[in-house]
Design a protein around this ligand. Structure first.
Ligand SMILES: *[C@@H]1O[C@H](CO)[C@@H](O)[C@H](O)[C@H]1NC(C)=O
Ligand SMILES: *[C@@H]1O[C@H](CO)[C@@H](O)[C@H](O)[C@H]1NC(C)=O
Ligand SMILES: *[C@@H]1O[C@H](CO)[C@@H](O)[C@H](O)[C@H]1NC(C)=O
Ligand SMILES: *[C@@H]1O[C@H](CO)[C@@H](O)[C@H](O)[C@H]1NC(C)=O
Length: 438
């Protein structure tokens, strides 16, 4: 069951910088569950490529960022002009960075799906039992072999919440597009999902959730990794909102990131456990977004040392786990680069492929000494929240000896969207939304 279509009030995004090294233990007792938030390049991922160096992985992630940012901005363009159907002609990919495991059906099939904070629909690679099984590491969900599988009919709230649904035979058939030409279609279904609880202090636990609405996808266009996608966005169909509507967990989740060069997992928390309580947590209201899925906050200023740069009026910024770089308006990136150039006493270097606006040559500097040479960057957010980013969050080593600012200006000049990306290792981001009566 889904919530009503009432508008969503803002609540909180706490962006936390903590001294905790690995898992940001947001768990304070009570209910909820946690699953591994698996970076696609981490050793836990089937897409881990051991032949790549850490720097090569970072460079790949920076490259993926610009496609992702362009795709997120194209969804805005479509929200502006929803009738402009043929507008999406070129097929680019909308890359993703993190995966999560879901156990689908009864008996459960373990599937590894993209975990996407920028979209809502949950969909899985599905078959009705016909055809050959998926080649490893791919897994297909065989709906005929589950006793809890059901189809959703057209009149349901979930079917009406879909942006594009049709009802040829009273079944709810969807077509879900990602603003970049990639899309998936199938039948809207319902199933029991079981989540392994990785952080349970009471030993191994599982969280079973019945009647989760998801798309049983039989066609996909575009390049997706994994066995499907779990939408964690702000809209009705996302896992976060379904858990909020169907369980006592509330509409809240958080993700805590570790550097993916480290052999430890980032974590995704749901329910009360998502509440971040560490000292230094900053809370800022979520602001309404044209694209309901996006978690959007108000960026007011960027401060470097004692220099404060005011953001342009109305600077909504999407907080997204699937984008590695941070994208800010030109009006902020230019003076930020200028100020860092003035303050950081390191020789300049050229950015690989001109991807990033500012790089330094750190080949002559001892490893531990670089961070101390880079000033903190503080983001001023709505409601007076401030988040201080350390060098490890603002800079990435994209090549051996080349350290670059992980901030760029949006390439799409028509719909320049700002994004706070995931280059925030050792931080937690927590979002809560509630539904207000219309
Ligand atoms: C799907 O499940 C049905 C029922 O259990 C079974 O007969 C069929 O062989 C399965 N198909 C595949 C591809 O595993
Ligand atoms: C879904 O599974 C089929 C069958 O194994 C596979 O051919 C296809 O590539 C998969 N699609 C995606 C998007 O993973
Ligand atoms: C990562 O850690 C796990 C245990 O936590 C270990 O089994 C595995 O071998 C490690 N992998 C690498 C590549 O170090
Ligand atoms: C700001 O910091 C810079 C560099 O540390 C210093 O030179 C300058 O005097 C400071 N300005 C103010 C107004 O404190």
């Amino acid at each position: 069951m889904l919530g009503t279509t009432a508008s969503r009030t803002l609540l909180l995004v706490g962006v936390v910088l903590t001294a905790h090294m690995f898992l940001c233990t947001a768990y304070v007792g009570g209910d909820g569950f946690s699953v591994e938030f698996i970076h696609r390049d981490s050793v836990k991922s089937p897409y881990h490529d051991p032949s790549l160096t850490t720097h090569a992985r970072v460079l790949e992630a920076a490259r993926r960022s610009s496609s992702r940012a362009a795709a997120l901005s194209r969804s805005y363009a479509r929200a502006d002009a929803p009738s402009a159907d043929g507008a999406v002609s070129e097929l680019t990919s909308r890359p993703f960075e993190y995966l999560m495991a879901v156990n689908v059906g009864t008996p459960p099939t373990r599937m590894l799906a993209i975990a996407d904070t920028g979209s809502d629909l949950i969909w899985l690679n599905c078959s009705n039992g016909a055809g050959a099984p998926a080649p490893p590491p791919g897994v297909q969900f065989n709906s005929s072999s589950s006793t809890t599988f059901g189809l959703m009919s057209c009149g349901t709230g979930a079917c009406r919440a879909l942006p594009d649904a049709s009802c040829p035979d009273s079944k709810c058939r969807y077509l879900y597009s990602y603003g970049d030409g990639s899309q998936t279609s199938g039948l809207l279904s319902t199933e029991t999902f079981t989540f392994a609880d990785d952080q349970g202090t009471r030993g191994d636990r599982e969280m079973r959730v019945a009647n989760v609405n998801f798309g049983c996808s039989t066609t996909m266009t575009g390049s997706f990794i994994g066995d499907g996608l779990v939408g964690l966005g702000g809209g009705d169909l996302s896992l976060v909102n379904q858990l909020g509507a169907d369980t006592s967990l509330g509409r809240r989740f958080s993700y805590c990131l570790v550097p993916y060069s480290i052999n430890a997992s980032s974590v995704l928390n749901f329910g009360p456990r998502a509440t971040v309580t560490e000292p230094g947590a900053a809370t800022t209201p979520l602001i309404p977004s044209e694209v309901k899925a996006y978690y959007t906050v108000d960026l007011q200023s960027v401060k470097i040392g004692n220099k404060t740069l005011a953001a342009p009026q109305q600077s909504p910024v999407i907080v997204d786990s699937g984008t590695t770089l941070t994208y800010l308006a030109n009006e902020l990136v230019d003076p930020l680069v200028e100020e860092l150039t003035r303050r950081v006493k390191l020789p300049p270097a050229k950015s690989p492929e001109d991807l990033l606006p500012l790089c330094f040559d750190v080949s002559g500097v001892r490893k531990g000494h670089v961070a101390a040479m880079i000033p903190d960057v503080t983001l001023g957010l709505g409601g007076g929240a401030t988040v201080t980013l350390k060098a490890e969050n603002t800079f990435l080593e994209v090549q051996e000896g080349t350290l670059c600012l992980a901030v760029a200006a949006p390439s799409d000049q028509f719909h320049p969207v700002s994004i706070i990306g995931n280059s925030r290792s050792r931080t937690c981001t927590s979002a809560m939304t509630s539904t207000r009566a219309p």
